[in-house]
Design a protein around this ligand. Structure first.
Ligand code: PLP
Length: 415
């Protein structure tokens, strides 16, 4: 990760030393690299060469307006999963004609708003949703562009909580149901069949399951074409993993090559919905050591970031590398790195060998995706500030929450 590297014995983001950011904005805070974001997007984009394509960044991975804005300027589309994300994308300057709307539980209001906005495509996840959308579209006197999310029933071999492409998962419709529903959509006014999509899981580090899924989807597309239902785009979803510690996921170019070869000389626009692989390694969580606690069995480094800032370790037992910001003379000891939240699962890392003293800064690496976007106010902890580094410039892109914001909407009972 060259965008996050040691220079003169101090960890920098691009050209900016992290200690300067901590001084200016306090800790904990998320620090993102614009260059890292850009490079990740471009690796996908360039992989497609001249083949018609659209990269729809999955906004849920990190929906900060500055992140969305940077990607929109690069030509990115967006995969959204709520009306809230639609508003964010539009506010950040995203093009509605590059927005696809995924998710199993789109409400009546969300569907209406997205229809009124004129998005590119609704990625439909059930028969009931298809019927609801048809009714709303007729009601509004418009036509809804649709794609069916096909569940290809492949094992993505990732953590069960982030696997989505098995029959037992709640997502999408089976290949058999898809055929029937495409025919229904084809003959239903208010609906226009424009594509097909799938998404089998997240943090995938093998190409094979994604290739299995892609082949199944393409063969379904061929079948549909034979039955007189033609589509314009194939959306292969997101899911490509990143290196948190020693994983070796295929690179973005290889992934795109695999898709291109599955599609062959068929003339479909190819879409993908990457989230983690665009932002994951473009951000870190910067935190300060509050206390070192040497117990009989374990040593603890109690830091000022916690599971409410980054819940992946508590939720998935996920590993994030933790690095010291400045080389220190302190003795190396093995620590569990924990936060102040009152839960045993409140750890950012376990058994880490670190040379640290109280007051030192630590960087929790690979914290650009599913970190701030999954954060909470548990223990009435204000959400962390977010900073975007661009070369040697530093931009505050979300102010640290203030405590009174946290209960601003709460109301005590009358006397
Ligand atoms: C979450 C999600 C994505 C993004 O997944 P990543 O693993 O972050 O790339 C893409 N598509 C859909 C439908 C999703 O739910």
């Amino acid at each position: 990760m060259s965008f996050f590297a040691d220079r003169n014995h101090e960890l920098h983001v691009e050209d900016v030393p992290l200690s300067r950011i901590a001084e200016q904005f306090g800790t904990p805070c998320f620090v993102y690299s614009r260059a890292a974001l850009t490079a990740a997007f471009q690796a996908y984009d360039e992989g497609f060469g001249a083949h018609p394509h659209l990269i729809c960044y999955a906004a849920k991975a990190n929906s900060n307006l500055a992140v969305l804005d940077i990607l929109a300027r690069l030509g990115s589309g967006f995969d959204i999963v709520s009306g809230g994300e639609l508003k964010r994308v539009l506010t950040a300057g995203g093009d509605p004609q590059k927005v696809v709307f995924s998710g199993v539980g789109k409400s009546e209001t969300e569907l209406r708003e997205a229809l009124a906005t004129g998005i590119l495509c609704f990625n439909i996840e059930s028969e009931s949703e298809l019927q609801r959308l048809a009714r709303i579209a007729s009601d509004m006197g418009c036509t809804a562009p649709i794609s069916l999310r096909v569940n290809p029933d492949v094992d993505a071999r990732t953590h069960p909580y982030i696997s989505t492409g098995l029959r037992r998962n709640k997502f999408g419709v089976s290949v058999e149901d898809a055929l029937r529903l495409y025919h229904y959509a084809h003959r239903t006014s208010g609906l226009r069949v424009t594509g097909i999509d799938c998404h089998i899981g997240s943090q995938l580090i093998e190409l094979a399951p994604m290739q299995d899924a892609a082949r199944k989807v393409v063969s379904l597309v061929d079948k549909l074409a034979k039955e007189g239902i033609s589509i314009e785009h194939i959306d292969f979803g997101g899911g490509l993993g990143i290196r948190y510690t020693d994983e070796a996921p295929p690179d973005r170019g290889q992934f795109v090559q695999m898709l291109l070869s599955c599609v062959g000389d068929r003339q479909y626009k190819i879409m993908i919905e990457p989230g983690r692989s665009i932002v994951g390694n473009a951000g870190i969580l910067l935190s300060r050591v509050e206390y070192l606690k040497h117990g009989q069995e374990k040593n603890f480094a109690v830091i000022d970031a916690a599971m409410n800032d980054l819940m992946r370790p508590a939720l998935y037992d996920a590993h994030h590398d933790i690095r010291t910001v400045r080389g220190k003379k302190a003795a190396v000891a093995v620590y569990d790195v924990v936060g102040p939240v009152c839960e045993t699962s409140d750890f950012l890392g376990t058994d880490r060998a670190l040379a640290i003293a109280e007051g030192d800064l630590l960087a929790v690496m690979s914290a650009g995706a599913y970190a701030m976007s999954m954060s909470s106010n548990y223990n009435t902890r204000p959400r962390a500030a977010e900073i975007m580094v661009d070369g040697s410039s530093v931009h505050l892109v979300r102010a640290r929450e203030r405590i009174d914001d946290l209960y601003a909407g709460e109301i005590c009972l009358p006397d």
